[in-house]
Design a protein around this ligand. Structure first.
Ligand code: ZN
Length: 219
């Protein structure tokens, strides 16, 4: 297991793309893995592929569509109208139960095959959207679990865990990739790259963060 190598769980969105450039700064060799899980917008994959090429890193696409078929959610089922607000006491229907558990577990097995010790994921507890598997306690627990499962010494890195969206934009700027993240990533639930549709919850969060960051710089 090489501690100079990292595998980024990568979707081509703002968060995981920022993590990709963060990883390039911290590790000698960086790989990405992108999961297909029945997303409504297949251009997500092409955007991820193009970003990985631009960053000069290895891009691996893996079929994990089983996870999208197991439970009802509005990210993979076109017949479900997406929640724009988190329902009282429940999860928004954009929640794919167990997604990060599933993705990170597969990523760890793949990383082991490649001899990669570091896993990087863009989960964040700060802009908590009601997804329990974005929390720090879950990541720490899983890190222990995958190490026990394979008798290895993986380290799961979460550079965005305690950052809000404005701070995530600041990190992109610090890494010198603000324009790439702003124009070439896809966060929008309606599949529109860059500034997106402007209406969906992901676009609103992204836009408010960017405005706050640019305001703080006086731009
Ligand atoms: Zn949108």
């Amino acid at each position: 297991m090489d501690h100079n190598k990292a595998l980024v769980v990568f979707s081509g969105g703002q968060d995981s793309s920022t993590c990709l450039f963060w990883a390039l700064k911290h590790f000698k060799e960086v790989h990405t893995v992108t999961f297909l899980y029945g997303q409504k917008h297949s251009n997500e994959v092409e955007i991820a592929r193009a970003l990985a090429a631009k960053a000069g890193v290895d891009f691996k696409l893996m079929d994990a569509s089983l996870i999208g078929r197991l439970g009802a959610n509005s990210l993979t089922d076109t017949s479900i109208k997406m929640d724009h607000e988190q329902p009282q006491g429940g999860f928004p229907n954009t929640f794919v139960p167990g997604r990060n558990l599933f993705f990170l577990s597969i990523a760890a097995v793949y990383a082991r095959e490649l001899g990669i010790a570091n896993l990087v994921t863009g989960v964040s507890q700060t802009d908590f959207s009601g997804y329990p598997d974005c929390r720090d306690s879950f990541i720490r627990s899983l890190n222990v679990t995958i190490n026990l499962a394979m008798d290895e010494q993986f380290v799961i890195h979460t550079p965005l865990m305690w950052l809000d969206k404005a701070q995530t934009w600041a990190l992109a700027d610090e890494l010198g990739v603000l324009d790439i993240i702003r124009n070439e990533t896809l966060t929008c639930y309606n599949g529109i790259a860059g500034d997106g549709c402007g209406e969906c919850p992901a676009c609103r969060l992204r836009r408010e963060g960017l405005r706050k960051y640019l305001d703080s710089k006086g731009i």
